[in-house]
Design a protein around this ligand. Structure first.
Ligand code: PLP
Length: 418
């Protein structure tokens, strides 16, 4: 039982260097966050040793008394947090949660109607070489090229035309709230299930700063590691008792073997924290940070450089930057921000003239910096740094110094050693 630094110094160094990287950069990938130390503790615990196929009280292994308590807590807290009648907390990730949802409510060959990947959807919503695109017949809706918004009349038209078994509402890169009631109306009109994948905005929902899809959807799935800031994993919610049974069967034995009990315990802790006033306040800062960033990137100096913000702003935790008319492309912008120690990801914009490895867009999110403690003052500073970095002839050393001042003022995981 020698420590990691002795057993495997190479991996120990990866952990140490990664902690340094996280401390020294401003993390603005919209799907990332920092888990609290309490969550790190559960994930690095002896619960990883335990097999627990089945569900609490109905396991296929002995010795599950303690992990049953953890899973019950995670289930009850997830239900309370999102106001649902049922929760399955076993999915290993968002993608496996989504695979289980489809396994529960559709059969191979059925038609799914979801947001196209290149318009802001997710791989699991029907991308050609993902399981979803291979197993199901995919019809995709997009966003209006002028407004960058989902056109609900177009969704209805496609739904009436294609009679899908499932309509998918949810996104990985979309800066506005969805009209869940209208999605449900359309689903009811054509006899489809409405599945909402709230992976990105679940933390906003939990914090009460974004409408909840739970009263509208037949099924809701989410990751736990994005805006919620919990362990990397997924969950599935529903208010329908029949669907609940199908979802449980779809997850186990349909899709997974032993659940990751250390991660499920960490989910329970993350959900407990998500019910606190501090969590709500953090989600409010997350939203304000994104809107401060969008406002800065809509100013004249940026517009003069051919750079714009898709949909003209944001209602959520991210901003989509459109570089189609700018000299700089998505990859150059991502690299440039990396040079000044801000991490973002490049993203295709609808009708992107540049190839997917280059792109003409950036997706910039505020959840991780809000967790780090940033408020309006710091987000105003970050927004200005990003704006100046994207303009021609940026003064890189000056911007690096401004980022370094922010990272120093908000230490990440103080006292933690890896
Ligand atoms: N659903 C949406 C909307 C996502 O954005 C993502 C992740 O990016 C996922 C599902 C998949 O989550 P994971 O990466 O945990 O498989």
């Amino acid at each position: 039982n020698a420590p990691l630094s002795e057993v495997d110094p190479e991996i120990a160094q990866v952990l140490e260097r990664e902690l340094d990287r996280q401390r020294g950069f401003l993390e603005m990938i919209a799907s990332e966050n920092f888990v609290p130390v309490s969550v790190l503790q559960s994930q690095g615990s002896v619960l990883t040793n335990k097999y627990a196929e089945g569900y609490p009280g109905r396991r296929y292994y002995g010795g599950c008394e303690e992990v049953d308590v953890a899973e019950e807590l995670a289930i009850e807290r997830a239900k309370a947090l999102f106001g649902s009648e049922f929760a399955n907390v076993q999915p290993h990730s968002g993608a496996t949660a989504n695979a289980a949802v489809l396994h529960a409510i559709a059969r191979p060959g059925d038609t799914l109607l979801g947001l196209a990947l290149d318009q802001g959807g997710h791989l699991t919503h029907g991308m050609k070489i993902n399981f979803s695109g291979r197993l199901y017949n995919i019809v995709a809706y997009g966003v209006d090229p002028e407004t960058s918004l989902i056109d609900m009349d177009e969704v209805r038209r496609l739904a009436i035309e294609s009679k899908p078994k499932v309509i998918i509402a949810g996104w990985s890169a979309y800066p506005r709230q969805l009209d869940f009631a209208r999605f449900r109306e359309i689903a009811d009109e054509v006899g489809a299930y409405l599945w909402v994948d709230m992976a990105h905005f679940a933390g906003l929902v939990a914090g009460g700063v974004h409408p909840s899809p739970v009263p509208h959807a037949h099924v809701v799935s989410t990751t736990v590691h994005k805006t919620i800031g919990g362990p990397r994993s997924g969950i599935i919610l529903t208010n329908d008792a029949d669907l609940a049974k199908k979802i449980n069967t779809a997850v186990f034995p349909g899709q997974q073997g032993g659940p990751l009990m250390h991660v499920i315990a960490a989910k329970a802790t993350a959900f407990k924290l998500a019910m606190t006033p501090e969590f709500r306040e953090r989600q409010e800062r997350t939203l304000r940070g994104a809107s401060i960033l969008a406002d800065r990137l809509c100013q004249k100096d940026i517009a003069d450089a051919g750079i714009s913000v898709r949909s003209g702003g944001t209602d959520v935790h991210l901003v989509l930057v459109d570089l189609r008319n700018a000299e700089i492309d998505g990859r150059q912008a991502e690299d440039l921000l990396h040079d000044i120690r801000i991490t973002v990801n490049r993203n295709s914009v609808p009708n992107d003239p540049r190839p997917p490895m280059v792109t003409s867009g950036l997706r910039i999110g505020t959840p991780a910096l809000a967790t780090r403690g940033f408020g309006d003052v710091e987000f105003t500073e970050v927004a200005d740094i990003i704006a100046l970095a994207l303009l021609p002839n940026a003064d890189i050393p000056a911007l690096q110094a401004r980022v370094a001042a922010l990272t120093a003022a908000f230490p990440l995981y103080p006292g933690l050693h890896q």
